[in-house]
Design a binder for this molecule. Sequence first.
Ligand code: TMP
Length: 222
Amino acid sequence: MPPASKAHRPAASRAPRARRGRFVVLDGPDGAGKSTQVQLLAEQLAKRGVHTLSLREPGGTTAGEVIRSLLLERRQDRLTPVAETFLFEAARAQLVEEVIRPALAQGTWVICDRFTLSTLVYQGHAGGVDARAIEQMSKLATGGLKPDLYLVLWVDANVGIARRESRQADRMEAKGRRFIEDVAKAYKKLAGGRRSPYAFIQAAGLVEDVRKRIWERVETLL
Ligand code: TMP
């Protein structure tokens, strides 16, 4: 199994898995509670007999984990937003080809913590890299693969900062309050509109309430 990925097998599922798996993404600002919700969702799907694989971006492959430490370690302070974009997209290309596509083809559901919208928000809207260039790079990196359901868990900058106060900020989080505010605003702008292709979920409340909101959406894919 690739590093930082987690497989959940239902207790008793012996049936052949002929159908393609579903691809579900949970994205959003730091501190939105994505990793908790990814775990809860995987557990809930396993209870329904669905075989899932949980992944995070960047990461999930040997190359992706090396790229992750390059991107998130505090000593790499001089990486430019363009350099970041190439690195995030390189990790993504590897993850899609090496892990996500084969898993979906086998009938496994893939739940991914972050995907293409993160690059558009962090490097594009907050980092100043041209959005159309990012979209093209993402298309190349994913080979056009799109999630069946793209959820955005949204919290404002204050909630995000307060929630991660207990641990040290990584290199992206250490970019400062202004950057974090730009990130939260960009998620709302890109995902919160009526015609948005994303499922926008308010994530400031209780874990259990957010879990229910996510499940309402995911259940429709079963
Ligand atoms: P996380 O695993 O805690 O979400 O950390 C990943 C960090 O990397 C987070 O601050 C968001 C950032 N990021 C980008 O800036 N661009 C991207 O394309 C992705 C996937 C993550």
